[in-house]
Design a protein. Sequence first.
Length: 184
Amino acid sequence: MSKQYLTHRCLIAPPDMQDEFFANTVIYLARHDQDGAQGIIINRPSGIQIKELLNDLEIDADNVHPHAVLQGGPLRPEAGFVLHTGQPTWHSSIAVGENVCITTSKDILDAIAHNEGVGRYQIALGYASWAKNQLEAEIARGGWLICESDMDLIFNLPYDDRWDAAYKKMGVDRIWLSSEIGHA
């Protein structure tokens, strides 16, 4: 039996998540393979606006629409990641799923600042990562739930609605979830 990887899917924190950093989060998995996994939290604004971030990087941001920068995860909070639609046309772009890419190079920030062909996007600082077999073990213990990703969940819904929307996407009302999963 071949192993099923979860790239381009979302992890959903269960209601009883003990780790305060990950409580109530939805994480888009940008990579999951035999070596581990990496993802971006897509429902936690950092308190920084994109215009502020671009100005700090000395990029003229006068034409940028108000948009929050996300707190992408606990690792490398100084590193920026742009999750976006379209093709991997920038210097460090990697296609993740159908019409979804992740880019880490500054050239995409210039394009965002000038409204040049980026499409829908989320900018995040930091990321989450799991070592080989770590994510699988956490899922097996009931530490994460999984749902299919879609453009609304990743890019359109208000941040505060994404956790509940991910549960609804699975057909689950989180109020009815037990912390005793699999212990009948």
